[in-house]
Design a protein around this ligand. Sequence first.
Ligand code: GLN
Length: 308
Amino acid sequence: MNKILEQAVAKGKKMTALGRTATYIPELGHVNKDYLGVCVCTSDGQYYKCGDADVRFTIQSISKVISLAVALERCGYERTFDRVGMEPSGDSFDSLVKLDLTSDYPSNPMINSGAIAIASHLASEVSFENMLKFTRHLCMDDEITLNERVFHSEMGHISRNKAIAYLLESKGILENSVEESLKLYVQMCSLNVTAASLAGFGLVLASDGVNPVTEERLLHSWVVQIVKTIMLTCGMYDGSGKFAVEVGVPSKSGVGGGLLSVVDKRMGIGIFGPSLDEKGNSIGGQHILRELSAKMKLHMFADNVPEF
Ligand code: GLN
């Protein structure tokens, strides 16, 4: 395993120069884009790490997976999908075009409009403190905290998400004010995790919602099924289709450079690589996953994936 991880990180490292950090949140622009690390957490609870797997970074859009899971647990299937769809959008993660012109609700909970709608529902159900506590359980990492600098940096440059939130409000989709909805959304995006925390979370999802070490059930089976399916179809935004064909592992990216992947019944994978492609997905991270999928036969639908 260690050898495979080393080779994958070495290959990924060659790609980091091609991308950029997410400077639209100024604090993220200060992160060294050459960081690259991976952690695999296998079903026996063993962690395998290579590169910058213990460096803290903000979870960003990967928190959308947690918020969707909590919304399903607290509000149920009908209420959650009452005002958020479950179809890929084919647009960038921060787009408001379809929401304005062709649809009266966000396409799915993995893009900003969908996640802000979910945060608005959650704001009446659960405090940020409890969301943080639950995130620590899901990631098997008690050291996750709010990154105040990133939180304030994003809140200070929130115009686009504010525009999305007002559009949602105008369509009667928000359950709380624009301010409350955005605050919880950005707080969740600003949680400091590591590749290892994401690997732990991935393992819980791979284990049907149970922490395999303590055997504690953290999420219902039906919630995990929905979350993993939506990760496969929408987790990499408008890059989800190609990624599913080539890698075949449900994954979720964030503009902090994180990637969370779930290999059912086998392992969780967490990656940190803040150099992003034009869709906002980690460049080095995608290369690592391509390599791991081929070498360890991780693709959901194939034993041998051809070189694409
Ligand atoms: N907080 C970021 C935003 O709303 C999350 C986006 C992302 O990770 N793709 O723009």
